[in-house]
Design a protein around this ligand. Structure first.
Ligand code: XMP
Length: 321
């Protein structure tokens, strides 16, 4: 079934919020629901809509998958505590790394993440809590790209003909599926979320595993986490839709202390975009790129090459995986 898009420009934010709160409340009835909060604008907006609709009948979890950025779980839990929303951290690091072991194909990696999230982790949480519904922040761009076969976004099921009740044992509610990122930001602001959340840069569901080319291991994630922190620090003043660091699988010859060093490559991407459907590389000042490269080779062990991607989307996609 075609989803009726609601465009950010023409959206009556208050009416949208009221409709969604009513819909969630009517669908869930007197049952219990759960949701996973990653701290991104989509899952944050859904968390607030869900709490408005269900109050204590919504239980919110932060899934610590071992693939998040530096300090992320603690930061997000503390932001929501201030908003009066209790968030429980679920340690699932081992499950995710086990599922990703030995996988190099990008779509197989995405599938491993999806299965671990929805079958293993949520399946158990649903069983333990007695919840009947999972609320999640799928947006229209996620559906478009998955249905078009470009990328299997981690959170798209119904639109692929997957019956989540039959496969995972619970139903999924998607209050944001008619809008895109620009619309979600408006809703998030109207819901009283702080600017650090409603203007937060997008981050993909598969998290840092979308930024490791080849097999995902705890060591590679630690490297790309460090590279991500440096990239976010150095580019934070830039007006851009999203920026990221990617760890490549191939090594290249470099030199260190007068000796050959067959080392690692980091690729930086920084995008200008409105809604993630199309994107252009940001014209980052050269001095910023130079500083970024210098920090990367001195602070991330083993890196001998740093490149900046100058391709548009399409044919590139924003994430490398
Ligand atoms: P791509 O790489 O498809 O990214 O051009 C477009 C936007 O979507 C984000 N992205 C995801 N978001 N689940 C998500 O919730 C995913 O599986 C996923 N993959 C990519 C990406 O960060 C960018 O903002």
């Amino acid at each position: 079934m075609k989803i009726a898009e609601i465009r950010a420009e023409g959206m009556d934010t208050k009416e949208f919020m009221d409709d969604k709160v009513r819909e969630i409340s009517n669908t869930v009835g007197s049952a219990l629901a759960i949701n996973a909060l990653s701290g991104g604008v989509d899952s944050s907006a859904v968390t607030m809509l869900g709490h408005k609709a269900l109050g204590g009948r919504l239980k919110t979890y932060f899934i610590e998958n071992g693939l998040m950025r530096k300090g992320e779980p603690e930061k997000i839990v503390s932001v929501f505590k201030k908003l009066g929303v209790a968030v429980e951290i679920v340690d699932a690091k081992d499950k995710f790394f086990r599922a990703l072991k030995g996988i190099t194909d990008p779509e197989e990696k995405r599938e491993a993440i999806t299965q671990t999230f929805y079958k293993d982790v949520f399946g158990r949480l649903v069983k333990d809590s007695g919840a009947k519904y999972l609320l999640q922040g799928t947006i229209l761009t996620d559906v478009d790209e998955t249905v078009a076969g470009i990328k299997r976004q981690h959170n798209v099921f119904e639109q692929l003909g997957i019956d989540t009740q039959a496969v995972f044992g619970y139903k999924i509610i998607e209050p944001l599926v008619q809008i895109r990122k620009d619309g979600v930001r408006k809703v998030a602001e109207a819901l009283g979320l702080p600017e650090s959340i409603y203007n937060r840069m997008p981050f993909p569901g598969p998290a840092l595993s979308a930024r490791v080319i080849g097999e995902v291991t705890p060591d590679k994630i630690a490297l790309v986490r460090e590279a991500t922190a440096i990239t976010e620090e150095e580019l934070s003043g830039i007006k851009a839709f999203q920026y990221m660091a990617i760890l490549h699988n191939d090594r290249v010859t470099g030199m260190r202390d007068g000796k050959r060093d067959y080392g690692l490559q980091i690729e930086i991407r920084c995008w200008d975009s409105f809604d993630a459907r199309n994107a252009k590389p940001t014209r980052v000042p050269y001095e910023k790129l130079e500083k970024l490269a210098n920090r990367m080779v001195s602070e991330v062990p083993g890196v001998v090459s740093v490149t900046y991607n100058i391709t548009t989307k399409p044919p590139s996609t924003m994430e490398a995986i």
